[in-house]
Write a protein of this length. Structure first.
Length: 318
């Protein structure tokens, strides 16, 4: 293993000891009890500054480290993993090199420099052969954006496990793969699930998937599922989507749905998206006084100037 001791100058005269290693093969020769490994990937982060698992901030004794002087491009992704022994991953973090200012424990950092995505992915999969702290390593697997290959990895392990908790975990990570190819598998789980809790996990996975097909599936559940609670869950997660066209769907539920609970869930969804005008329309035009009161209540909770003006207008009319 090639090790090059570096004293890396940072803020206020602090320094952090960084050792250069030349490949992932050198991992097996590291003898530290606790240590960091970090490397650069020639790709842009999907979510800059995403904490995948655990925490890097320390209460005391930490030192700030910047990686932009080590990376070949400030836009590239840095991956950092904190190990408590080689068989336990405590933290996984990803960020753009230009935005990296982390307060770290005073432990050695082993820096691999720029690595190929495929080699980094293979190293991550090798870590998953261990038994401890798999959740952190799954997060590390996902950030490589090899969605189809990662989906296959998760689905095979879902099929093999008999643990209900492991199934829930794999459903979560399947949702994180961000590919429509996950939908047939998730749909099958939802259809065959023998518990509402498992179905709720699938609904959240649809939300995380962030594809057009997964959004349509949420709409389908919200409109047609026989379970009231699952319908309400689907409406809630639809309200968390960034798409602006969702208000049309919520209005459809409010004005055509028979179940008052679903109407109320749709009104709450309008509030979640901050749609004061839509709530005003319900207050002014809904025939059911219960819905008008519900819309007026959530309109008041928005608290912005537009909402205040709308409420003043309604009061002036009465």
């Amino acid at each position: 293993m090639k090790l090059i001791g570096l004293c890396f100058f940072i803020y206020f005269g602090f320094s952090q000891h960084i050792s250069q290693i030349d490949s992932f093969d050198a991992f097996g020769t590291i003898n530290d009890g606790e240590f960091y490994m970090a490397w650069e990937l020639p790709m842009i982060s999907e979510q800059d500054g995403s904490l995948v698992h655990g925490y890097f901030n320390t209460k005391s004794g930490g030192k700030k480290v910047m990686f932009k002087t080590l990376a070949t491009s400030p836009k590239n992704q840095i991956v950092m993993v904190f190990f408590n022994g080689k068989d336990k991953v405590e933290s996984v973090y990803m960020f753009r090199a230009e935005n990296s200012s982390l307060k770290l424990k005073d432990k050695n950092i082993y820096w691999l420099g720029k690595q190929e995505v495929n080699k980094s992915y293979a190293f991550t999969k090798s870590l998953l052969q261990e038994t401890n702290e798999k959740e952190a390593r799954y997060g590390l697997l996902n950030i490589h954006q090899k969605h189809d290959e990662t989906l296959s990895y998760y689905t095979e392990r879902y099929k093999k496990t008999r643990s209900e908790e492991e199934k829930k975990s794999f459903i979560f990570w399947i949702g994180q793969t961000k590919t429509e190819k996950a939908l047939p598998f998730l749909n099958d789980i939802y259809k065959k699930a023998d518990s509402e809790e498992l179905q709720e996990k699938v609904i959240f996975a649809y939300f995380q998937n962030e594809t057009k097909a997964s959004q349509l599936k949420l709409i389908q559940i919200a409109k047609n599922d026989t379970d009231m609670e699952l319908r309400k869950k689907a409406i809630f997660w639809l309200s968390q989507l960034a798409q602006s066209h969702m208000e049309h769907f919520f209005n459809e539920l409010i004005y055509s749905e028979d179940e008052v609970e679903i109407k109320n869930a749709a009104i709450f969804a309008l509030y979640q998206k901050g749609l004061a005008k839509e709530l005003e329309n319900i207050v002014e035009s809904a025939k059911d006084v219960r819905l008008r009161k519900k819309a007026l209540f959530w309109l008041g909770q928005l608290g912005d100037q537009q909402s205040v003006s709308v409420i003043e207008k309604i009061l002036d009319q009465n």
